[in-house]
Design a protein around this ligand. Structure first.
Ligand code: FAD
Length: 310
């Protein structure tokens, strides 16, 4: 049976997490289909058809589906679900909003945040903030999975040549409507897609110092900025910069943790970074246990020195 991947997109292009989810789908079965639900989303559907490993794109298009409201996307997934053994979503805010609705309606148990496919019924997923890996097996007739995108390589965006098949669009739910969207505009790379992340903790001591110390380093490296939960809770950094168990999961090439102790909940969001640099004045700080490069120093001296040296 084919595998269905639900695309995250902006009606014009496919978002990165969909590419990792296609790779995860391909580990279950080579017959991967992608569902694009939107309004005037032909460009996104055509982009999905170009992804290597995609055999078919289902495209549902109608007025009212353009904002990807979870109620409508879930209804559309259910409308095409028959005939699929697995339905996969990226474990992003988008996927995590839709997948439980689909699983509940199908009366199956969702398996969240898979990091490995062992076979078509058996998956690995992290538990206890990544301190243990659970092997989960399901006999449900349809497997509804969310995929930890950092655990699977992105499928190449080009090289495929799938057919795009229009499917009947569901009527948008009268019980929900799109009110508005406030997007933060930033010249920086998106946190979960960035190759370099500069992240700050409670030690920065104020929003002004957080910005003054870390922004020049992030600018020089072309990095995204992240933060510990303590820094976010204290108002030094916005919510969507939080890295960790209850924040974002990142796996950049380089993660620079500045004045972050390395609590397990923080490590859960960044320990898969390829190279970890930690700057901390406490030689016993747990972050040093996972750091590739440990700088035991006062960040207020070390970071400006680093910026000057760069
Ligand atoms: P601290 O633990 O206070 O560490 C500050 C560090 O800065 C210390 O190591 C100190 O030595 C160092 N320091 C101080 N001054 C300087 C200086 N001048 N120069 C250099 N170093 C200095 N946390 C997250 O980050 N993300 C999450 O998603 C998250 N989710 C959570 C979920 C749950 C259910 C719970 C219970 C907790 C969660 N936390 C999360 C919180 C987590 O447990 C820690 O409290 C938090 O990560 C600590 O942030 P911090 O390292 O910035 O602060």
């Amino acid at each position: 049976m084919p595998i269905l991947v639900i695309a995250e997109h902006d009606n014009a292009s496919i978002q990165g997490p969909t590419l990792n989810t296609v790779t995860a789908g391909g580990r279950i079965d080579s017959n991967v289909h992608v569902l694009v639900v939107g309004q005037s989303a032909g460009q996104a559907a055509r982009a999905a058809a170009q992804i290597t490993g995609v055999a078919k794109v289902l495209h549902a298009d109608a007025a009212g589906l353009g904002e990807s409201l979870a109620e409508n996307v879930a209804a559309q997934v259910l409308a095409v679900a028959a005939g699929y053994s697995h339905i996969l979503f990226p474990a992003t805010a988008y996927g995590k909003n839709v997948a439980p609705r689909v699983a509940a309606k199908l009366d199956v148990a969702q398996i969240s945040d898979i990091t490995k496919v062992i076979d078509a019924e058996t998956f690995e997923r992290p538990i206890y903030a990544g301190n243990a890996i659970a092997t989960v097996q399901t006999s449900d007739s349809v497997k509804v999975l969310t995929v930890r995108t950092t655990a699977f390589d992105a499928a190449p965006e080009t090289g495929g040549g799938a057919v795009v098949e229009m499917v009947a669009a569901v009527a948008p739910s009268p019980r929900c409507s799109f009110v508005g969207c406030e997007m933060t505009k930033s010249d920086r790379p998106e946190l979960t897609a960035a190759k370099i992340v500069v992240s700050g903790g409670r030690a920065l001591s104020s929003k002004e110092k957080f910005d003054a110390v870390l922004t020049p380093l992030a600018d020089i490296l072309g990095a995204a900025m992240g933060a510990s939960r303590a820094a976010v809770d204290a108002g030094y950094a916005p919510n969507d910069w939080q890295v960790g168990q209850t924040g974002k999961i990142v796996a950049p090439q380089l993660y620079i943790a500045v004045g972050i102790s390395g609590a397990i909940q923080h490590l859960a969001g960044m320990k898969d970074a390829r190279v970890i640099v930690a700057i901390n004045k406490d030689p016993e700080a747990p972050i040093f246990q996972i750091a590739d490069y440990s700088l035991h120093a006062d960040l207020f001296a070390a970071v400006p020195e680093l910026v000057n040296a760069l």
